[in-house]
Ligand binder design. Structure first.
Ligand code: ATP
Length: 250
């Protein structure tokens, strides 16, 4: 079996008396989309924050690309290929889509000493930025101001910016949030194509999207991973149906 790209081992995070992460061990393999689902407050965001290095676990370990990254700062994890695209990101609304991605390319290329204005004109940054926009299906919107993009297009832009660092693993926090059905469907198609080169850990409330996209799903409830398996296994799991999905099959 393929060695996992990301593996957590018994992660624990407490907030006072609350176990936000209760002994969680999960893994993501290359080429795979692993979805993390669970009701509000289940601990999904807390877990992602530990993976990115924003929150330190109380105990347990995080291995990425064969290294123990548990104590590494965020930027070191990003350098190893642990990318992320958040709901709230650093998209500059008054810059075009292309300029935003060019800045992200610049950031990852270690050119941060250059002036902002340079990145927007520099062809060595605009070329790769254009390719990234095409990769996410935004090629024709390159010269549109970020503020004028539709909600779904802004999500695509954030993913293009995350891809600027060529991450081996992408952490996606609710990429479908606020999207209409048609936009979601487009993004699903795009993520399916993307997973060959970028494994993903996906947090998403849209169950249709999760069950279409995920190779494996882990269900968190009160900080604990109560089940992990293929979409079919999760659908059929009585604990999941009772604790999270109710009587209705997803
Ligand atoms: P949602 O789907 O609503 O985003 P979630 O699954 O991401 O929820 P978390 O935000 O990780 O859940 O929260 C898990 C639990 O930890 C919640 O009970 C929350 O109140 C608590 N919590 C999270 N961060 C902190 C903090 N900094 N201090 C205290 N409690 C916290």
């Amino acid at each position: 079996m393929t060695e996992p790209l990301l593996r957590t081992e018994g992660l624990v995070k407490r907030y006072g008396g609350l176990l936000a992460t209760d002994n969680v061990s999960i893994d993501v393999r290359p080429g795979e989309i692993h979805a993390l689902i669970g009701p509000n407050g289940a601990g999904k965001t807390t877990l992602i924050h530990q993976l990115t290095g924003v929150v330190a676990p109380d105990s347990g370990a995080i291995h990425f690309a064969g290294r123990d990254v548990t104590r590494l700062p965020t930027h070191a994890r990003v350098r190893l290929g642990l990318g992320r695209s958040f709901q709230i990101t650093s998209v500059l609304r008054e810059f075009t889509a292309l300029e935003n991605v060019a800045l992200a390319v610049q950031g990852h290329a270690g050119h941060s000493f250059r002036f902002l204005a340079d990145a927007r004109r520099d062809e060595s940054l605009r070329g790769p930025a254009r390719r990234l926009l095409e990769e996410v299906g935004l090629g024709e919107r390159a010269d549109t101001l970020a503020a004028s993009l539709s909600h779904g297009e802004q999500r695509q832009l954030e993913i293009a910016m995350a891809l600027a660092g060529d991450p081996r693993l992408l952490l996606l926090d609710e990429p479908m949030a606020g999207m209409g059905a048609e936009e979601s469907q487009r993004l699903i198609g795009f993520l399916q194509a993307l997973k060959q080169n970028h494994a993903m850990l996906l947090i998403e409330h849209d169950m249709d999207a999760v069950f279409q996209l995920a190779d494996r799903i882990t269900v968190l409830v009160y900080g604990r991973a109560i089940a992990s398996g293929t979409p079919d296994q999760i659908r059929a799991n009585p604990d999941v149906r009772q604790a999270y999905l109710g009587e209705e099959a997803p």
